[in-house]
Design a protein around this ligand. Sequence first.
Ligand code: ADP
Ligand code: ZN
Length: 433
Amino acid sequence: MHQPYCPEEFWSQDQLRAVQNTRLQTTVEAAARSPFYRQRFAALGICPQDIRSVEDLRQLPLTTKDDLRAAYPDQMLARPRHEMVRLHASSGTTGAATVVYYTANDLVAWADLVARCMHMTGIRPGDTFQNIAGYGLFTGGLGFHYGAERLGCLTIPAGAGNTKRQLKLLEDFQVTAVHIIPSYALHLASAMEEMDFAPQRLALRIALIGAEPHTEAMRRRIEDFFGVKAYNSYGLSEMNGPGVAFECPEQSGMHLWEDAYLAEIIDPNTGAPVPEGELGELVLTTLTREGMPLLRYRTRDLTRFLPGTCPCRRQHRRIDRITGRSDDMIILKGVNIYPMQVERVLLGIPEVGQNYLIILEREGHLDQMRVKVEIKDEYFVEDMRVLKGLQSRIASQLRDELLITPRVDLVESNSLPKSEGKAVRVQDLRPKE
Ligand code: ADP
Ligand code: ZN
């Protein structure tokens, strides 16, 4: 076992529980000083002193993204605004943005968490780290940046996009570790193929991939192409950003740092806790944040706690890879579908290239799903019959997984729109009711 980054990393469940109890009290008292929670506590007759331990957690109300929007721009602050030194906003993937503030202490705690995650994957002082993520309001930029510096890596703030420049930096500085959004990693891979840029020219060892849902097949493609180990990274701006949960070298679920966040998994429809090990919505409470504590925040991300303990001996519970957001779900002809089901099928087919797009459309009164699939160049030159065969093979594998039959369009590699940030996997062209 390698040296821990900090003692918290190997705390026992009992140690964690004791710290959670005291930190929860502090957090609830702090939250009660914010205009938002003061009002909510008053309306519900909650007295912060009544929350004495994690057992009392369920007396507290859930906090939603809409609550954050209603509290815009600063009703969630638990301390005077002049004590805040940074703000970030969520990328607004699903609507109006929400804002998160940090005090100087919050920033130090956050950088430490990110450094802990990076260290867990084997990154060390002396590694050269390229952060291929948008700098700005997106937390994946500055979040990893300060984490990497804190750990002692030579840190290259490359930002998002500009594939040629990314490659030049990776090669010239013999970068050993990167943070990169998985869809962009595959885009970089196909750009390298097109340029005949051999991955062996790079010195990469480790890729930290996250910020968007992706499948095991996607991870494997990234690992195989670049010759790296790729570790899943989970976080959200409302909980600081990256550094909430991260894979260890076992690559089997993400340890959620329970000294910093209190986690529950609930049934998104009823709000009740799901039985241990079942899929539900992740709900998080900050335990160390002073500027903007959040209580029982509904992430809308679907996951489950993995049973058992990890061979790495860290006792922080592990969550499974995020299946999607509760609001990502597509309902088509009465069937519930998640984009990740489509990805799982597509990326398991060797002829399929690096990008795909799901289009929902209406024909007459019927909703249809069309899946545009990039095909690797070497297969695109095949004759028509072979392509037709491939098309129907993809359609039938999708039908087996989704229980509806989508139309499949084969397109050339690099022809689908790509985003520099999180990938947009679904285009809904159905007329609004
Ligand atoms: P937005 O909610 O606007 O996308 P954020 O940048 O805060 O803004 O993104 C956080 C969200 O990104 C998470 O709630 C989750 O849905 C998604 N996400 C982050 N990391 C992962 C990951 N490793 N796997 C799947 N989804 C992730
Ligand atoms: Zn582990």
